[in-house]
Design a binder for this molecule. Structure first.
Ligand code: ATP
Length: 264
């Protein structure tokens, strides 16, 4: 569902930041329903700031990273998508569509634990049509080595070879890498520890990236393994992050020129 449908929170549709305000509202509602942690609001704000400096659209570099990410998820033996409160509040339907399309489990993994949060997120995912949700049964959980936070408690992630982490904290990405896992991150900040530690970094808003992943998955499901492996081989994350940073510098330079036209 696009935020323009069935959501009216007294923001006029003509407002230039209508879409952004609707997603903010989803985060606020998510916090009221326990899905989002209080700190999730701040993380969202940090994301918005980085979205601003990539021009609030999916860069070509993110599209390339998405291709490599989908190819990687399709060729993995045990892939999994990690879910936190923000992503569950922002794009539950899209997340579940991707999980079902690729036949990949969703694992709830939270930095901030609170009584009722896992249940609240589980309900959101079930309502969106999820069929394979992990991270809900404490008796199946093990602990990731080298990690102190609540995110150390994992279920399928412990066995997985490829882990997609939309909206992540750097500590866990680093811990996963030290366990030789392949990490796919979606992070608007190309300089975050998550972005720098991941194998494939999609610098884009999850709101835009996940629908593009769905379209890409529909196309890539028709490719054979060799074709998918070729796509992964041709992707260089370091070069891609460098290009993203160049793109941000160019965008800011253009915006500076535009600002000077307005400034008196
Ligand atoms: P790291 O630990 O990786 O260095 P951090 O400490 O900045 O990152 P958090 O404070 O947990 O991490 O912030 C969450 C991250 O998620 C930020 O990098 C932010 O840019 C990113 N983010 C927030 N909202 C979105 C979104 N909608 N789409 C993609 N990325 C987002």
């Amino acid at each position: 569902m696009s935020p323009n449908e069935n959501e009216n929170h007294s923001v006029p549709i003509t407002h230039p930041r209508y879409s952004s305000l609707q997603y903010r509202h989803r985060i606020i509602e998510g916090m009221k329903n326990l899905v989002v942690a209080e700190a999730g609001l701040i993380a969202h704000g940090r994301g918005e700031c980085f979205d601003y400096i990539i021009g609030e659209k999916t860069p070509k570099t993110a599209k390339d990273a998405i291709k490599a990410a989908v190819a990687s998820l399709l060729t993995a033996k045990k892939p999994v998508i990690s879910v936190n409160g923000n992503v569950a509040a922002l794009v539950p339907n899209e997340l579940v569509t991707l999980s079902n399309l690729l036949d990949i489990p969703l694992e709830i993994n939270l930095f901030y634990s609170k009584e009722g949060r896992v249940k609240a997120i589980t309900d959101v995912l079930i309502n969106a049509g999820a069929t394979d949700i992990r991270g809900t049964n404490e008796t199946l959980m093990t602990e990731l080595k080298g990690l102190e936070s609540n995110r150390r408690k994992v279920d399928f992630i412990a066995k997985a070879d490829v882990i997609m982490v939309p909206l992540e904290d750097g500590d866990r990405t680093e811990a996963l890498k030290k366990l030789n896992k392949q990490v796919i991150a979606i992070d608007l900040n190309p300089l975050s520890r998550t972005a720098l530690w991941a194998d494939i970094t999609i610098v884009d808003n999850v709101i835009r990236a996940i629908p593009i992943m769905i379209e890409t998955a529909q196309k890539f499901k028709k490719l054979n393994t060799n074709e998918l492996l070729e796509i992964i081989k041709n992707f260089d994350n370091k070069v891609n992050i460098q290009k993203t940073l160049d793109l941000i510098i160019d965008y800011i330079t253009t915006q500076k020129e535009e600002a000077f036209k307005i400034l008196k």
